[in-house]
Design a protein around this ligand. Structure first.
Ligand code: FAD
Length: 414
C-alpha cells in the first residue's frame, strides 16, 4: 500500500492484488501487534499523506528495557528515546487503505495470481485474466509467490530459499495489578525484552517481549518467541510459567487462547529484480525482525520514485535499485541472520566499547534505524567500514597482547 501511494502519479493505473478476503484483510481481533516507526519511515508516511491518520491511535513509547541474567541474577538495562510511538498494526492497515480509497486505487481482494510472464510483462489473475504491466511489485510477504516465480524464471533458482528460525505467538493482557505495575506503569510505554530462556527450563528457547500500549485503552501486548522445535502447547506452558506470579491463570488462559501465532523465517534472495518486476518488503528481505522490518521496507520503497525518474525505463531503474538499495538490504539481512543465531554479542560489545570512547558510532542494534538521518545505503556502508575497522583494531590489540606476552617470556627465559 505504501508503494502504491508513492508511485500512483507515475502510472496511468495502479491495481493491488490481495490474496485475502476483505474480511480477513481487516480482521483485528480487537488488536494485532505493535509497530514502532522510525523517523525516516515517518517521513515517508508524511509524504504519502497518512501520518496524521496513523498518529490518531499512537501510544507514547519511550524505550526498551532489556532483562538479562548474569551469574544467576536478573539485571536490567534501559535505553530511552523521546518522541517515539507505537501503533497497532491493524490501525496502520486501515489508515493506509482509507488513503488508497481516497486516491481511487483499486484493491482486488481474493486475488489468485496464476502466472507472471516476465518477458512479455503480463500477470494472469483468475478473475481479471491477463493484466499487462509496466511495473510489477512483489509485495506479497514472507511466503511470496512472486519470489517463487522470479526464482523459477531467473538464472539462479537454487539460490532462493527461506528457512524457519523460530516461531512467535502474539496476544494481549489487561494492564492491571502486578502485571500493570511491572510492564505498564506511567503514562507511556516501554518494551521489555527478556533475553534469556526461562530459569526453570534453560534448554528450551523461549523469550518474552512486552509492549505497553496506552491507546485506545491501556493494555500490554505480548509477543513470545520460541524454538521452532517446540509445539505451541509447550510455548503456552512456558508462557504460563513466565507470567504465573503476575497474572491470574484464568485470565492468562483466556487471553492466550484469543491470540495468534506464526513463524519467523529468513529469506535468501540473491536478487530482488527480474525485468520489470521487483520484490519489496518481506518478500525480498524477510528476516526475524527486531522492530526494523516495516521500517526498512517503507524507507527502501521510498527510493523508487526517484530512481524511476532518473533512469530510462523501468528495468534500468529496478536494476539500479537492486545494485544499491537491494545490496544494502541484503547486507542488513546477513547481519539480521547473525543476530537471530545470537552471534553478534561480541560485535555489539566491541562497537559499544568504541562508541563509549567516541571511536565509532553505535552498533545498528542500538537504535540504528531510529537515527534521524537514516538511509539504508550510507548506513550499511558505514556499518561495514566500522566493522572492518573494529576487526582490525581487535586484531592489532590481540597481536600487541601476544607480542607483549612473548617478550616477557623471552626475558624470563633470558
Ligand atoms: C509478531 C510480529 C511483530 C512484528 N513487529 C514489528 C515491529 O514492531 N516493527 C517492524 O518494523 N516490523 C514488525 N514485524 C514485521 C512486519 O509485520 C513485517 O515486516 C511487515 O508486515 C512486512 O510487510 P510487507 O508488506 O512486506 O508484507 P505483509 O505485511 O506480509 O503483506 C503481504 C500481503 O500480501 C498478501 N499476499 C501474500 N501472498 C499473496 C499472493 N500470492 N497474492 C496476493 N496477495 C498475497 C498477504 O495477504 C498480505 O496482505 C512484526 C512481525 C511479527 C510477526
Amino acid at each position: 500500500m505504501v508503494s502504491a501511494l508513492l508511485l500512483k502519479d507515475r502510472f496511468e493505473k495502479v491495481v493491488m492484488l490481495e490474496r485475502q478476503s476483505r474480511e480477513r484483510f481487516f480482521r483485528t481481533r480487537g488488536y494485532t501487534f505493535p509497530i514502532v516507526f522510525s523517523p525516516a519511515a515517518l517521513a515517508v508516511l508524511d509524504r504519502i499523506g497518512v501520518r496524521t491518520a496513523i498518529n490518531r491511535e499512537r501510544s507514547p513509547y519511550f524505550g526498551v528495557v532489556v532483562h538479562k541474567r548474569i551469574l544467576g541474577r536478573e539485571l536490567t538495562w534501559t535505553a530511552k528515546k523521546e518522541d517515539i510511538y507505537s501503533h497497532w498494526r491493524n490501525h496502520i492497515v486501515a489508515s493506509l487503505y482509507e488513503r488508497l480509497s481516497e486516491e481511487g486505487i483499486e484493491v482486488q481482494f481474493e486475488a489468485v495470481v496464476e502466472d507472471i510472464d516476465f518477458a512479455a510483462n503480463v500477470c494472469t489473475e483468475a478473475k481479471l485474466g491477463e493484466v499487462p504491466f509496466d511495473l510489477l511489485l512483489g509485495a506479497d510477504g514472507i511466503h511470496s509467490q512472486t519470489r517463487g516465480l522470479v526464482a523459477a524464471a531467473g538464472s539462479q533458482p537454487d539460490s532462493f530459499s527461506s528457512e524457519l528460525l523460530d516461531r512467535w505467538y502474539a496476544y494481549r493482557l489487561p494492564a492491571e495489578g502486578a502485571l500493570g505495575e511491572k510492564y505498564a506503569s506511567g503514562d507511556h510505554g516501554h518494551a521489555h525484552v527478556h533475553a534469556d530462556n526461562l530459569r526453570e527450563f534453560p534448554s528450551e528457547k523461549f523469550r518474552v517481549i512486552t509492549v505497553a500500549m496506552t491507546r485506545p485503552q491501556p493494555e500490554v501486548s505480548v509477543v513470545v518467541k520460541y524454538g521452532a522445535e517446540l509445539s505451541v502447547e509447550r510455548a503456552k506452558e512456558l508462557n504460563a510459567t513466565f507470567f504465573s506470579s503476575v497474572v491470574e491463570s484464568e485470565v492468562l488462559e483466556a487471553e492466550w487462547n484469543a491470540g495468534f501465532g506464526g513463524e519467523y523465517r529468513h529469506v535468501h534472495a540473491p536478487t530482488f529484480h527480474l525485468g520489470s518486476t521487483l520484490l519489496v518488503g518481506d518478500a525480498a528481505h524477510g528476516f526475524e525482525g527486531n522492530g526494523d522490518l516495516i521500517n526498512l521496507g517503507t524507507t527502501s520503497v521510498a527510493t523508487l520514485p526517484g530512481l524511476i525518474d532518473g533512469h530510462h525505463g523501468i528495468p534500468a531503474a529496478l536494476a539500479a535499485y537492486d545494485r544499491t538499495v537491494g545490496a544494502s538490504l541484503r547486507t542488513y539481512s546477513d547481519y539480521a541472520m547473525r543476530r537471530s543465531l545470537e552471534q553478534i554479542n561480541f560485535e555489539v560489545a566491541a562497537f559499544e566499547a568504541g562508541a563509549l570512547l567516541k571511536l565509532n558510532p553505535h552498533h545498528p542494534s542500538m537504535w540504528g534505524i531510529f537515527e534521524e538521518d537514516f538511509e539504508i545505503c550510507s548506513y550499511m556502508e558505514r556499518y561495514e567500514k566500522e566493522r572492518r575497522r573494529i576487526r582490525n583494531r581487535v586484531g592489532a590489540l590481540t597481536a600487541a597482547v601476544a607480542a607483549a606476552g612473548l617478550h616477557r617470556l623471552s626475558r624470563r627465559a633470558g
